[in-house]
Design a protein around this ligand. Structure first.
Ligand code: HEC
Ligand code: HEC
Length: 216
């Protein structure tokens, strides 16, 4: 008898919980972003630290305005739509899946708030000293001495990003796979800078230097 009443109580409690769930307004802002982020985890990882095997970069702690711009670029085919851009083809449909109002802004806010995840070194090539000369004469103007980027010129943090991804993006800017769409004004500025790097050796050098910048 007592047991029956107990089960009955449990059932009422469960029903109340379900009804309460129905009544709650849908999550908004970073809470909505946290929910949406579950769809990013398979590639970018639980902590947003990325996955080299899937060619998905670290996104945790990137500036919110930069995340918003990149997600919009992927949505509009401004980034990642060229035929041979394999990584772009992986990411584009994910950006398109953010079609509910607030999804894109919410996930950008949530990801920007995640702590930066230290990246393992995957490249051994590159002359750090030669890279430093390039960095301090060219890159520093927009990405700053500490590699944190500058919102005023629209350049993101690159210190603390994975070496393989930095190298891949320099190649993409150089070849015109990124930064050539007519609406990609920020990408075009960066492409002009990538073109000052003569070859893949110069790219590896500057990546070796960026990797050595301490991340704070
Ligand atoms: C199927 C794997 C996959 C999933 C799922 C995925 N991404 Fe990506 N993402 C990638 C890849 C691969 C790239 C690299 C694209 C390139 O090389 O240009 C990328 C790039 C990005 C970038 C650009 C980073 C930068 O530094 O410019 C952002 C931002 C991003 N993803 C956010 C997200 C968010 C937010 C989600 C979830 C809504 C998500 N991704 C889900 C694979 C994925
Ligand atoms: C004139 C300003 C400027 C200079 C100088 C500059 N950049 Fe950039 N860089 C940018 C901007 C703006 C972006 C963002 C492009 C976008 O929105 O897609 C960017 C993006 C990048 C990215 C991609 C980051 C990511 O998360 O996908 C890398 C890597 C990069 N820059 C490296 C460099 C290196 C190395 C140098 C020096 C050789 C350099 N940049 C010089 C403006 C600059």
């Amino acid at each position: 008898m007592l047991k029956k009443a107990y089960i009955g109580l449990l059932a009422v409690a469960a029903l109340a919980a379900v009804l309460a769930g129905c009544g709650t307004a849908p999550a908004t802002g970073a809470a909505q972003g946290k929910l949406v982020f579950n769809t990013c985890v398979p590639c970018h990882g639980e902590n947003g630290g990325g996955n080299a095997r899937l060619r998905a970069p670290a996104i945790a702690g990137l500036p919110e305005w930069y995340l918003v711009r990149q997600l919009q670029n992927f949505q509009k085919d401004v980034r990642g739509a060229q035929r041979d851009d394999m990584e772009g083809h992986r990411m584009r449909p994910m950006a398109r899946s953010l079609y509910h109002p607030g999804d894109l802004e919410g996930v950008a806010k949530y990801v920007a708030g995640l702590p930066i995840v230290p990246q393992a070194q995957t490249m051994t090539e590159g002359d750090k000293a030669a890279g430093e000369t390039t960095y301090t004469s060219v890159c520093i103007a927009c990405h700053a001495a500490d590699g944190k980027g500058m919102e005023a010129v629209g350049s993101p943090r690159i210190a603390g990003q994975a070496d393989w991804y930095l190298y891949l993006q320099l190649q993409k800017f150089h070849s015109g796979m990124r930064g050539t769409h007519p609406e990609d004004t920020y990408g075009a500025q960066m492409r002009a800078m990538a073109l000052t790097l003569a070859d893949s050796t110069a790219m590896k050098d500057v990546v070796a230097y960026i990797r050595s910048i301490p991340v704070k």
